[in-house]
Write a protein that binds this ligand. Structure first.
Ligand SMILES: [Fe+2]
Length: 264
């Protein structure tokens, strides 16, 4: 398996707080059958305002520590370093000055959990005209989209893959995320899943449970697509199929009853 979204880089964000925790997380990944980890620390506007040089230094130190652990403990893991970039006005600086892309082409882009910009289409256009494809990180956890699933159609129409957190469909991230994740699976609007693992306790890896859940509900080919094939394509900078999807919410049971009353 390939985990394309996690916070194992030590002492960079709210993920692994030190080398000891990072090493335990790496070992857990091996135990669960992950062969390739893309480490994606949060990158916020505050990091850029502080200084891109500081960010580079912090990520450089964390990366060196990770590569040393993999070598010293002979872990059968490939490691790539990218970032989970929070949408912000400083995005052009990030894209100009920092190495945040996956496979040289994909940007793991997250939005605030409580409010999203109105001009999403323009934002995506500005990114894609640089030859970069945004992967929308865990849309099922964003409150405004939990209230209006249809908002996500614009990303799909623009060819942006949607990445769902494994914890969402396993139910560890709350009922709203779980409900929306299930809806997106039913509408064939999920292109990738990631662990978004932050630690071993409250936000563990769940790669194997995630793969097993997908196999049980949708078959192993679909589990392979979301945890092996599409991430592998992304790592190589190849395209991922993002087909149009209908995200019109299901009618509520009251709506269906009312409709039936009028029909009879
Ligand atoms: Fe994350």
């Amino acid at each position: 398996m390939i985990d394309i979204h996690n916070h194992m880089l030590p002492a960079v964000d709210d993920g692994a707080k030190n080398d000891i925790v990072a090493l335990s997380m790496l070992k857990e990944a091996v135990k669960q059958g992950v062969q390739h980890l893309v480490l994606t620390p949060h990158l916020y506007e505050a990091d850029i305002i502080k200084s891109t040089a500081d960010w580079k230094a912090k990520v450089g130190i964390g990366s060196q520590a990770i590569f040393a652990m993999v070598t010293e403990h002979q872990l059968p893991l490939e490691i790539s370093i990218a970032a989970e970039v929070r949408y912000q006005d400083t995005l052009p600086i990030i894209l100009d000055e920092l190495e945040v892309l996956i496979g040289g082409k994909y940007l793991l882009l997250e939005f605030s959990f409580h409010s999203v910009p109105n001009n999403l289409e323009r934002i995506i256009y500005d990114i894609t005209r640089r030859g970069i494809i945004p992967i929308i990180a865990h849309p099922e956890r964003i409150k405004p989209w939990q209230r209006d699933y249809l908002e996500l159609e614009q990303f799909i129409n623009l060819g942006c893959p949607l990445q769902i957190d494994i914890g969402s469909f396993l139910g560890t991230l709350g009922p709203n995320s779980q409900k929306m994740a299930n809806f997106l699976f039913e509408r064939d609007a999920v292109h990738l899943v990631g662990s978004d693992s932050h630690n071993l306790e409250s936000r563990p890896l769940y790669a194997k449970p995630g793969y097993d859940w997908l196999t049980e509900h949708y078959g192993h080919e679909y589990a392979d697509l979301l945890l092996k094939d599409n991430p592998a394509r992304i790592l190589k900078g190849e395209s991922v199929n993002v087909y149009p999807a209908d995200l019109t919410p299901p009618r509520s049971s009251w709506g269906v009853k009312l409709l039936n009353m009028f029909k009879s």
